[in-house]
Design a protein around this ligand. Structure first.
Ligand SMILES: [Zn+2]
Ligand SMILES: [Zn+2]
Length: 401
């Protein structure tokens, strides 16, 4: 059995993140969730980098414990960069996730990028350079750095996005394409959508939370079974040796279907095609979601190579069975008492036998049974509006609890 890892998170220095997003807070929530390896986020930000240097214990493995902490969580140095540049007469907006093997490497990367770009303005800095050139620059500093196109389908800021990107990774990275080994699904997409695009076949599929608050850690994650070192993880990612990914139901993501938030219009791709991509309310082009874009690039029928499991965050599950808000005090109290009794959130959701959950809470066991069987009703998100996933617990419970 492996461990869970969430590589893409942010610190309080990124826009619209919670101000309490500090290292101890990330470590505390990773522990509650059962995530063993968590991204540091935002290593390009000078102030956050100082926090990393001050707060992380020395490590030869490339994974870092907190100095003042004896927990089992380890940080991997990560940052997301936002590239905005013109290529082939079009403006491209591409987000890349970087994973670095050491603080020394990060220091050099920051020094190099900091000479031309403002790294202070945002934990996720905007760089006016191409993905190809940034890859060349970063890999010349340390060729162990992993460069992973983030949430590759989202319309506005991603490598394959309908309004921002390219049609293939090769068009984007050119001669640096061979150095790219993995892509990130993003919340609105799942591995089957990627599997139908033959040019993505060679890439390892990763799933991460892109959390802007510590509570959202592990909305998506990866299970790996490899040495707990940077090189162990890098080898697993390069070789596609991931045990499985943990996925949001993609309909819950903010860009699954097409539509207009302002007009309250949400459409599946077939309906969008019938309308020629034009909003029936305002007559302007619709924001094409991830499913539409995946359909445009799909060129085959194929199944993902690596297994995956859909998961609904435990607080959301509790909110449904207790019929009160996800952020209510009642749900929160129940959440912490369950984790006290049964173990970390991922352990409860993914590994604990239903019979054991049932001894503590029968309705929770029924809900997790429904989740594990993908028995849910789905209302898809669109144009920045989150979708909704409702567990279908009406079916008779299985007797083998
Ligand atoms: Zn991003
Ligand atoms: Zn409209």
């Amino acid at each position: 059995m492996g461990f869970f890892a969430d590589f893409h998170v942010h610190s309080r220095y990124s826009r619209s993140t919670s101000p309490g997003l500090e290292l101890p807070e990330l470590a505390r929530w990773a522990e509650l969730k059962g995530i063993r390896v968590v991204g540091s986020g935002d290593f390009t930000h000078p102030a956050w980098f100082r926090d990393l240097e001050a707060g992380l214990a020395d490590s030869a493995s490339g994974l870092f414990a907190l100095k003042k902490d004896h927990g089992s969580v380890r940080f991997i140095l990560s940052s997301e960069i936002s590239l905005i540049y013109k290529k082939g007469g079009k403006v491209r907006k591409v987000h890349l996730l970087l994973l670095a093997p050491s603080l020394a490497a990060v220091e050099k990367i920051n020094a190099s990028l900091g000479r031309r770009f403002n790294l202070r303005a945002d934990g996720r800095p905007i760089l006016g350079a191409s993905a190809r050139d940034i890859s060349a620059e970063v890999l010349a500093i340390d060729d162990r750095v992993l460069i992973i196109p983030a949430h590759i389908w989202t319309p506005w800021f991603s490598l394959l996005g309908s309004r921002s990107g390219f049609d293939s990774l090769e068009d984007c990275f050119e001669d640096y394409s061979p150095y790219i080994h993995a892509v990130e699904t993003g919340l609105s997409a799942d591995p089957p959508m990627l599997a139908r695009v033959s040019s993505l076949q060679r890439f390892t599929v990763l799933s991460n939370s892109d959390a802007h608050s510590a509570q959202n850690l592990g909305r998506e994650a990866n299970e790996l079974d490899c040495p707990l070192t940077f090189d162990g993880i890098a080898r697993a990612i390069r070789g596609g040796e991931i045990v499985r990914t943990i996925e949001f139901f993609p309909e819950e993501g903010k860009y699954h279907h097409d539509g207009h938030r302002q007009c309250g219009i949400s459409l599946p791709p077939a309906a969008t095609r019938k309308l020629g991509g034009i909003c029936p309310a305002c007559g302007k082009p619709l924001t094409l979601g991830v499913l539409y874009r995946a359909g445009e690039l799909a060129d085959r029928e194929a199944e993902p190579r690596v297994p995956f499991s859909y998961q609904i965050p435990l607080k959301q599950v509790l909110s449904q069975i207790m019929a009160c808000g996800e952020n209510s005090k009642k749900v929160s109290q129940r959440y912490f008492s369950l984790i006290d009794r049964l173990g970390a959130e991922f352990h409860i959701l993914q590994r604990l036998p239903l019979a054991e959950i049932s001894r503590t809470d029968e309705r929770l066991a029924a809900a997790i049974h429904a989740m594990r069987a993908n028995r849910v009703r789905r209302v898809a998100g669109y144009d920045g509006v989150y979708g909704k996933i409702v567990l279908d617990m009406k079916e008779p419970r299985a007797v083998d609890f």
